[in-house]
Ligand binder design. Structure first.
Ligand code: NAG
Ligand code: NAG
Ligand code: ZN
Length: 295
C-alpha cells in the first residue's frame, strides 16, 4: 500500500519534472555542451563520429612534425580584400559567436589547397581565463582564443552538402595573443549588445576579411581532421597559422561577458570555455612549414 503511494508520488513528481529534465538533458537526445553529462568525452554516445581516428583538435608537437615545405605551398585568397558582394550576419549560436558569410565571392584555391573552397562562416573558441581557450595547442602552449574560417569545396552544392564529405571542408585556424586593441575586431564586438542570447542574429556592415588576418600567411601546419563540434565529421583539412592575431584584455572581456549561451528566460551562462580538448593523433602526420627568420 505504502509502496503504491510512493510510486504514485514518484509518477506525479516525474511528470512535473519532465519539462525541466527535457531542457537539461536534451529531449531529442542530441544535446551537447562543453561540461558535465553532455561534455566532450560523452559526445560519442549520440554522435559516433566523435570517437573516430581522425578527430580534431590535436596537439601540435613540433619535434614530431613533418617539415615538408615543398608540399605546403602558398595559396591564393580571392575576394578576401573586398567587402563587396557579401553580407555578414553575426550570430549567437549558443555555442559560439559566428559570422555567416552570404555570397560565394570569397574563396581559397591553388597552392596546397586541394581544389576551390568557398568561405561559409567564421567563429571563435575562447577561455574564461587567459591560459586557455584555443582548441589547438603548439608544444603544450594554449592561447586565449582561436578563430576558424570554415570553407566548403566548390564542387558540392552548398556547405551542408559538403559537411560530411572526405574532401568537403578546409578550415583556416588563427591563434590569438593578448596585446594591443584590435580595431578590426570592433566590427564584431560593437554588435555584441544586439546578440546577447542564443539564436540572436544581426546584419553587420561588410568589411574585407583580409584585414582580420595576420600579414604572414605562408607559414602554417596542416593535417587531416574533423569538425571540433558534434557531429564531428572527419571532413576537414586543417591549416593552423604560426602568426597570431592580437586582442586586448578589454576585447576578450566582451567575448566573456557580453554574449550568453542561454535564452532570456533561462539561467544566464556565458559561452566562454567553448573548446574541445585535444584528440589522439593515431596514425596521422602533421606537416609544418619551417619558421622563417624574416618576420
Ligand atoms: C534575442 O533573442 C530574444 C529571444 O530569445 C529576443 O527576445 C530578442 O528580441 C532577441 N534580440 C534580437 C536583437 O534579435
Ligand atoms: C523560454 O524557455 C522555453 C523552454 O523552457 C523555450 O521553449 C522558449 O522559447 C523560451 N523563450 C524565449 C523567449 O526564449
Ligand atoms: Zn571551430
Amino acid at each position: 500500500m505504502i509502496l503504491l503511494k510512493c510510486m504514485k508520488m514518484l509518477h506525479v513528481f516525474a511528470i512535473l519534472l519532465l519539462p525541466y529534465l527535457h531542457q537539461a538533458f536534451g529531449g531529442a537526445g542530441n544535446e551537447w555542451g562543453y561540461e558535465g553529462k553532455i561534455g566532450p568525452n560523452r559526445w560519442h554516445i549520440n554522435f559516433p563520429h566523435c570517437a573516430g581516428f581522425r578527430q580534431s583538435p590535436v596537439s601540435i608537437r613540433m619535434n614530431k612534425a613533418v617539415f615538408n615545405s615543398d608540399w605546403l605551398l602558398p595559396f591564393e585568397m580571392r575576394g578576401y580584400d573586398s567587402a563587396d558582394n557579401i553580407n555578414l550576419h553575426l550570430e549567437n549560436t549558443g555555442y559560439t559567436i559566428q559570422v555567416n558569410i552570404k555570397g560565394r565571392s570569397i574563396y581559397i584555391t591553388d597552392g596546397s589547397i586541394p581544389g576551390t573552397y568557398i568561405a561559409e562562416q567564421f567563429h571563435f573558441h575562447w577561455g574564461r581565463v587567459d591560459q586557455r581557450g584555443s582548441e589547438h595547442d603548439i608544444d603544450g602552449m594554449y592561447f586565449p582564443m582561436e578563430m576558424h574560417i570554415v570553407h566548403y569545396n566548390a564542387k558540392y552544392m552548398d556547405f551542408n552538402d559538403a559537411l560530411d564529405k572526405e574532401d568537403g571542408l578546409v578550415v583556416l585556424a588563427f591563434l590569438f595573443e593578448i596585446g594591443n586593441h584590435n580595431d578590426q575586431l570592433d566590427h564584431l564586438i560593437s554588435h555584441f549588445s544586439e546578440i546577447p542570447y542564443r539564436d540572436n542574429v544581426t546584419l553587420i556592415e561588410s568589411f574585407a576579411l583580409r584585414e582580420f588576418l595576420p600579414k604572414k600567411l605562408d607559414t602554417y601546419c596542416r593535417y587531416s581532421g574533423s569538425l571540433t563540434t558534434p557531429p564531428c565529421y572527419e571532413s576537414v583539412q586543417w591549416f593552423i597559422f604560426y602568426e597570431t592575431i592580437e586582442i586586448s584584455e578589454e576585447q576578450l572581456r566582451a567575448f566573456r561577458m557580453d554574449v550568453h549561451q542561454n535564452h532570456p528566460n533561462e539561467t544566464i551562462r556565458d559561452i566562454s570555455d567553448d573548446f574541445r580538448p585535444p584528440q589522439p593523433l593515431y596514425q596521422r602526420n602533421i606537416y609544418c612549414s619551417r619558421k622563417s627568420d624574416d618576420n
